[in-house]
Design a protein around this ligand. Structure first.
Ligand SMILES: NC(=O)c1ccc[n+]([C@@H]2O[C@H](COP(=O)([O-])OP(=O)(O)OC[C@H]3O[C@@H](n4cnc5c(N)ncnc54)[C@H](O)[C@@H]3O)[C@@H](O)[C@H]2O)c1
Length: 280
């Protein structure tokens, strides 16, 4: 991949305040793209760990600009279609037509099906499935009109499998795959590709938080990351508990390259071998 691979392109990334979204934003900036990032920058009462903040979002913007590229940053909840449409319109006005969109924003939490708060279902499905749909639907008209677009949606290894206390998360992530394949078919005549990545455990605050440690190690009083890692690591076939966000970024860049023109509707696992056990 050339250093100027994305020179002159405009890339939109949701959930860009931190974690994988920030890693993607910086990689595109380093390769010549202007970048638009959005994040809700607010916690959710339904989710047991803290989400990205305004200062996280500002920091991603600062780091994109430090790399010599323009950056538009917006406080947007992807679950709000009107807000997503307005953000896309702003980005098109400020930076020009959007070439690449990464529907990355999401949350992770779970509960037993016998005692499942409605608010948790609404939050997880709202952010992880409706939010991804809203992102794809907001960028698709402009891409189709211009005859070019590369879209990547972020599902999960749980998007092709299942687990106890994960009904909402699994449903949302399976849904991302079905929605993305449908969008890929619809847009196949418009020069727009849509592909899915299913990450395994990635080293971000979504995994590195006390609420998750307690869920993974209910047998311990105050479990630490090391306690959780011994369980989480068993999900992967390779001997690694979490992978760096850059492992996902590499695949995001590949799928959104101009040359990846005939890859559409595919699902790429970046999961250290989890899918060897779960899918053909
Ligand atoms: N970390 C993992 O192990 C892992 C594994 C599989 C899939 N994923 C998926 O990867 C994606 C990125 O997660 P991450 O690991 O970077 O976690 P993260 O929590 O560090 O980052 C996610 C960002 O999305 C934002 N966000 C959440 N809901 C939003 C909404 N409705 N609107 C706008 N912004 C919102 C959060 O504020 C946060 O800044 C998510 O879709 C997640 O489900 C993560």
């Amino acid at each position: 991949m050339q250093a100027d691979e994305f020179e002159g392109q405009v890339v939109l990334i949701t959930g860009g305040a931190r974690g994988q979204g920030r890693s993607h934003a910086l990689a595109y900036a380093e390769r010549g793209a202007d970048v638009a990032i959005c994040d809700r920058c607010a916690d959710s009462e339904a989710i047991g760990y803290l989400l990205g903040t305004q200062s996280d979002l500002d920091e991603t913007k600062r780091q994109v600009e430090q790399r010599g590229r323009r950056c538009v940053a917006g406080t947007v909840d992807t679950g709000d279609r009107a807000a997503m449409d307005a953000f896309v319109a702003l980005v098109q006005q400020e930076l020009g037509g959007i070439d690449v969109a990464i529907a990355n924003a999401g949350v992770s939490d779970g509960a037993a099906i016998t005692d499942h708060p409605q608010a948790l279902w609404d939050e997880v499905v709202g952010s992880n499935l409706t939010g991804v749909f809203n992102t794809v639907a907001a960028v698709a008209p402009g891409m189709a009109e211009r005859g070019y677009g590369r879209v990547v949606t972020i599902s999960s290894m749980m998007g092709r499998s299942s687990g106890p206390n994960m009904a909402a998360y699994c449903a949302s992530k399976w849904g991302v795959i079905g929605m993305s394949k449908s969008a890929a078919q619809e847009l196949a005549h418009s020069g727009v590709t849509v592909n899915v990545i299913t990450p395994g455990n990635i080293d971000t605050p979504m995994v590195k938080n006390d609420a998750l440690y307690a869920k993974v190690r209910p047998d311990l009083d105050s479990p630490t990351w090391d306690d959780a890692a011994s369980v989480l690591g068993q999900l992967h076939a390779q001997p690694i508990a979490v992978m760096p966000p850059e492992d996902v970024t590499r695949v995001v860049l590949f799928l959104t390259a101009e040359a990846s023109v005939h890859l559409t509707g595919i699902v790429v696992p970046v999961d250290a071998g989890w899918s060897t056990r779960t899918s053909a």
